[in-house]
Design a protein around this ligand. Structure first.
Ligand SMILES: Nc1ncnc2c1ncn2[C@@H]1O[C@H](COP(=O)(O)OP(=O)(O)OP(=O)(O)O)[C@@H](O)[C@H]1O
Length: 542
């Protein structure tokens, strides 16, 4: 099918987008823009700075030279489908902009410790100066809202449930107190066994959090373990686990080690569940119960973090916590208004690919993250994009080997992937600061999935764009997602608001439509035809 035909087809689609008005947030205009720092350029052949993992937060242990902040710029790059630069914008984005977004915060519980306004205030909590120095050298100047509130609460040894939008710095909010409370790397006086555990849903996220740990650990010999089969085996050696400070693991991996007697958690003083609602859903709940029950230290501190915490998960969380404080930043289960959201009608499944190709025929901002509902569809879509000449397409899902997954993440971090087709595995927690656009090729299955998927853009105070394709089959659930758009300040056309609300039963079916494994039915037609021709020409195949 020609590109022209694709365009014609997708022209029938209705697109509506939003303006970023929000009454919950006050977004200060970035001073750097006002001051007109618009002249800096990115040198030829350089990775755009926001894509450079090793330079995260302007302070990683990067191999690349860290640019002086005053001259630092991120050049907005737009390419067409052939990968040619379309625009040469000099528009600058503030390098570390989160703290400029002021959120409404609610902190509930008995005797809630007061929040801090600066990292300097951490001195009064006895946070080791080495850790505050590491904050500075990592480029973290001012705490974000979730950090302002949660760090003191955790430093005061309270249990905590924290809900804060995607990309607002929850990782540091729990890692800093862990390092501070552990005070120093393990020694004979710190007891036998690992002292802190962070549990997350995916291996990729565990790796990312491990890298964040390394930033805070600089200058001291902390033993931080990214838990895997190999590290678990190493820990089973006599006394090896006693020297471990922090383990970051997925629930399954940790439970397997517990069950094999490779590790015990009797000395764990800090247990964090990141992406807590996912950790507490029925798929992971038995493992989480086992982990929690294995943490037998009398003064165990538990902290649960997520960008979303639906009522059921919150109830479970609160029951597991001891006299907790509950912190909510912004509006619960709502994306940041920094993300410009739109819904695009694409009639039916076969019309999605032409619509996507027509999207890529116009200038777009790489890297773009595309969510498909299954591994096979993600692979099929990536193949189609490659066949249609889209530049630097990549694919990442749980069906790949560990090495393939790691390589895909690395390519993404280095800015080598411009279009990453993925599944739910990348929806939570992954922090690719450069992601400018997210496309929900297949409709999400829950509001939480929607919020986390689109939260891969608009991180660290940057702006982002999220497009969600919907078909006639998705229409019954449209209102559910439209309500999220409304809550985060978007305007939604009346006709969607007038749609009936799906029943609870119906809601459970959201996005769970049976979709074909391949995204281009024409491929099959072509294949069938060629098999027919082959049979006619070579009767041996008939
Ligand atoms: N105080 C800060 N100042 C500037 N940047 C920060 C600060 N704290 C964190 N960041 C940066 O913000 C980005 C998002 O942080 P993080 O991944 O912890 O977000 P999150 O809230 O956990 O998101 P998600 O809900 O998607 O998991 C990271 O790149 C991190 O380096």
């Amino acid at each position: 099918m020609s590109n022209e035909a694709f365009r014609l087809l997708s022209r029938g689609g209705t697109v509506f987008s939003k303006s970023n008005i929000d009454n919950h947030l006050l977004i200060k205009r970035k001073e750097s823009r006002q001051k007109g720092q618009r002249n800096a350029t990115v040198l030829d052949g350089q990775i755009p700075s926001e894509l450079d993992f090793f330079k995260y937060a302007q302070g990683g242990q990067g191999k690349r030279k860290i640019v002086d902040e005053s001259s630092n710029s991120e050049k907005k790059r737009k390419v067409n489908h052939e990968g040619e630069d379309m625009q040469d914008e000099d528009e600058l984005l503030a390098s570390v902009a989160i703290p400029e977004v002021i959120h409404r915060v609610s902190a509930k519980g008995s005797d809630v410790p007061p929040h801090i306004d600066s990292f300097e205030a951490l001195n009064t909590f006895g946070v080791p100066s080495r850790i505050t120095a590491n904050l500075k050298s990592s480029g973290y100047k001012t705490p974000t809202s979730v950090q302002s509130y949660c760090i003191p609460i955790l430093l005061k040894s309270r249990d905590l449930a924290a809900i804060s939008p995607t990309g607002t710095g929850k990782t540091l909010a729990y890692l800093l107190p862990i390092f501070s409370k552990l005070a120093a790397p393990a020694s004979p006086s710190s007891g036998n066994g690992v002292r802190a555990v962070v549990v997350v849903p995916t291996r990729e996220l565990a790796h990312q959090i491990y890298n964040e740990c390394l930033k805070l650990a600089q200058g001291r010999k902390w033993k931080i373990i990214l838990f895997s089969k190999a590290t678990a085996n190493a820990l089973s050696q006599n006394g090896a686990a006693d020297k471990v400070d922090i383990i970051i693991s997925t629930p399954l991996r940790l439970v397997a080690a517990l069950q094999n007697g490779v590790i015990d958690l009797n000395n764990v003083r800090h247990l964090v569940l990141d992406e807590a609602d996912r950790m507490l859903d029925p798929e992971f709940m038995p493992q989480i119960q086992e982990i929690v029950n294995s943490c037998t230290y009398s003064f165990l501190q538990k902290a649960f973090f997520s960008a979303t915490l639906p009522a059921g998960a919150e109830k479970l969380a609160m029951e597991m916590l001891n006299n907790p404080v509950r912190v909510v930043v912004g509006v619960k289960d709502t994306p940041l208004p920094l993300i410009s959201q739109s819904l695009t009608y694409v009639a039916d499944d076969p019309s999605k690919l032409p619509s996507l190709l027509s999207y890529f025929a116009k200038p777009y901002n790489p890297p773009v993250l595309i969510f498909a509902s299954t591994q096979t569809r993600a692979t099929s879509l990536a193949e189609e994009l490659v066949l249609n000449g889209i530049a630097n397409v990549d694919c990442l899902h749980a069906g790949l080997t560990q090495k393939e997954r790691e390589d895909a993440v690395t390519r993404m971090r280095k800015g080598e992937s411009w279009v990453m087709v993925t599944t739910e595995v990348m929806a939570r927690g992954m922090d690719f600061k450069g992601v400018r656009e997210v496309i929900n090729y297949d409709f999400p299955t829950t509001v939480q999935s929607y919020v986390h998927r689109i939260g891969r853009t608009g991180r660290a105070g940057r702006e982002g764009k999220a497009v969600t394709f919907f078909t006639d089959d998705d229409a019954p659930y449209l209102k559910t997602i439209a309500n999220v758009l409304l809550q985060s300040g978007s305007t939604v056309p009346d006709w969607i608001l007038k749609l009936p609300k799906p029943s609870k039963l119906k809601k459970r079916q959201m996005g769970k439509i049976k979709r074909p494994d391949v995204v281009n039915p024409a491929r099959f037609v072509g294949r069938r035809d060629s098999i027919k021709k082959r049979s006619a020409l070579h009767p041996i195949y008939a």
